[in-house]
Design a protein around this ligand. Structure first.
Ligand code: NAD
Length: 495
């Protein structure tokens, strides 16, 4: 149970200006330049971070390369890495509230959600991969008896990780934990607008015993710092979560440099399909509303396209609107808020433009659509429901990444599948029906990384998260994520 007075004490703590964490030390940018960190809660400056340049990134990458090559981490027994990563998880748990409040001040996610989805989830992720790493075996190939074929799993070397602002700790841990568990060195570039909690994780990693140079964090913009990481000849694997536009650039940088493997976790426009035989339409409306509006819609798997069977459309939309209007939007550090701030002013302006465009294209605004609480100086928006959205409209095809739901009716199963698959994305989907046969037909017909049935958005570490089509190609979480950070090496031994 979180305590409001403890949160209030932490919320007013001064945050010192931050440097990179390179080779176990905190360093200012070589140019001396900084970026201001502005809180979406009230639009006020929190502190500065180092504005990393290519020179800073190169220093971090060389430190990671040297640390990897000398074996201070890569050649340790898996059981040692397991111990250190468990210790790191324990330190994250120890500091969970402070980390959460720091992150919320930086990115605006409502604290109840952030506590679980950020700090606790990051700790659980470090524990999961700590536990895994001494249970993964190589292989003996089924060769003829005159040969021994061994398949070794080797760490890849230097992993570059680039992450977005919407769940920096959770998504960061999804990459850092398996990469470190596998014995690699990591250079992380957080989003320039959500770096603070990840910088703190780098300090905790040192405290836990991750050797200097094995986990480095370089802050700064994508163009200045991120690009240098992606173009480096010394980075072996790039693990990215973010927008499709950036993902495309990273593939180009890989092609222009050393052909490093790029794992891309990108955006979505995920369909949430409600049939008239859903087991509990009231529950479906409640969960569907949470599935788009929690964290102001800034969730990669948000169910942002609601497809409702024609004969229940009007009643279901009324229910969704009731839930949208009932959400308490406000200060994300107030335990009674259910939805916090939109992450930044440009993001809020983009969200509002999507609503205006949808109206110009003929959609009906059923509720929401406006900025609120402007007097706080923060960036808040009403949960918004738009109906009569046609499948080719902007709102049906482009990711908003904000609290805006596009509703479109459908006739039957075939129509639902056509609409569901009618975008360039394939990240997530939802499906509400009591018909088991239909559920299985739909699961196989919908092109998405995850299909939720009679729920929306549930998951844990045991299952992979990743998209198909232009939602990307990599998978975070589960046993499968470890494969991204290993190379397979064959030994063919003539006996
Ligand atoms: P973004 O692509 O703008 O930025 C993501 C990261 O890439 C940031 O750290 C940024 O600094 C960096 N970057 C930007 N330009 C770069 C460049 N030229 N070279 C190297 N790095 C660069 O995305 P965002 O706005 O931070 O995040 C929102 C997006 O992330 C949405 O599309 C959302 O759907 C997606 N997302 C996907 C998942 C998933 O698991 N599939 C999870 C969360 C978010």
């Amino acid at each position: 149970m979180l305590d409001q007075s403890a949160i209030d004490t932490l919320r007013s703590a001064a945050i010192p200006d931050q440097g990179h964490v390179i080779d176990g030390r905190t360093e200012a940018a070589q140019t001396g330049e900084t970026l201001d960190v502005v809180s979406p809660i009230d639009g006020r400056r929190l502190c500065s971070i180092a504005a990393g340049s290519a020179a800073d990134m190169e220093r971090a990458i060389s430190s990671a390369r040297a640390a990897f090559e000398d074996g201070r981490w890569s050649k340790t027994a898996p059981v040692h890495r397991k111990k250190v990563l468990h210790k790191l998880a324990g330190l994250i748990e120890r500091d969970a509230l402070a980390l959460t409040v720091l992150g919320v001040r930086d990115n605006g996610t409502e604290i109840n959600m952030a506590y679980k989805a950020e700090a606790l989830s990051a700790a659980a992720t470090f524990r999961y991969y700590a536990e895994l790493v001494d249970k993964v075996y190589g292989e003996i190939a089924p060769t003829g008896s005159n040969v021994l074929g061994l398949v070794h799993r080797a760490p890849v070397g230097v992993v570059g990780a680039i992450v977005p602002w919407n769940f920096p700790l959770m998504i960061g841990a999804w990459k850092i934990a398996p990469a470190l568990a596998a014995g690699n060195a990591v250079v992380l570039k957080p989003a320039e607008t959500a770096s603070l909690s990840l910088l703190r994780i780098a300090e905790l990693a040192l405290e836990a015993g991750v050797p200097e140079g094995i986990f480095n964090v370089v802050t700064g913009t994508g163009v200045a710092a991120g690009e240098a990481l992606a173009l480096s000849m010394e980075v072996d694997v790039l693990a990215f979560t973010g927008s499709g536009a950036t993902g495309r650039r990273l593939l180009t940088y890989s092609a222009q440099s050393n052909l490093k493997r790029c794992y891309l976790e990108l955006g979505g426009k995920s369909p949430n399909i409600v049939f008239n035989d859903a087991p509990d339409l009231a529950e479906a409306a409640k969960v569907s509303a949470a599935g788009i509006f929690r964290n102001s819609g800034q969730v990669c798997v948000a169910g942002s396209r609601l497809l409702v069977q024609e004969d229940i459309h009007d009643d279901f939309v009324s229910e969704i609107c009731k839930h949208a209007e009932a959400f308490r939007v406000g200060d994300p550090l107030d335990l009674s808020s259910q939805i916090g701030a939109v992450h930044s002013l440009p993001q809020l302006e983009a969200d509002l433009r999507f609503v205006a465009t949808a109206e110009e294209e003929g959609a009906d605004r059923r509720t929401g659509g406006a900025r609120i609480l402007q007097e706080t100086g923060g960036y808040y928006m009403q949960p918004t429901v738009m109906t009569s959205v046609r499948p080719t409209d902007t709102l049906a095809t482009k990711e908003v990444f904000g609290p805006v739901l596009a509703v479109t009716p459908f006739r039957d199963e075939e129509d639902a599948i056509r609409l569901a698959n009618g975008t360039e994305f394939g990240l997530a989907a939802g499906l509400w029906t009591q018909n088991l046969g239909r559920a299985h037909r739909m699961i196989s017909a919908i092109r998405a990384g995850v299909v939720h049935v009679n729920t929306y958005g549930g998951a844990d570490l045991t299952v992979p998260l990743g998209g198909v089509k232009q939602s990307g190609n990599g998978h975070d979480k589960s046993l499968h994520a470890l494969d991204k950070y290993h190379d397979l090496k064959t030994a063919w031994i003539q006996l």
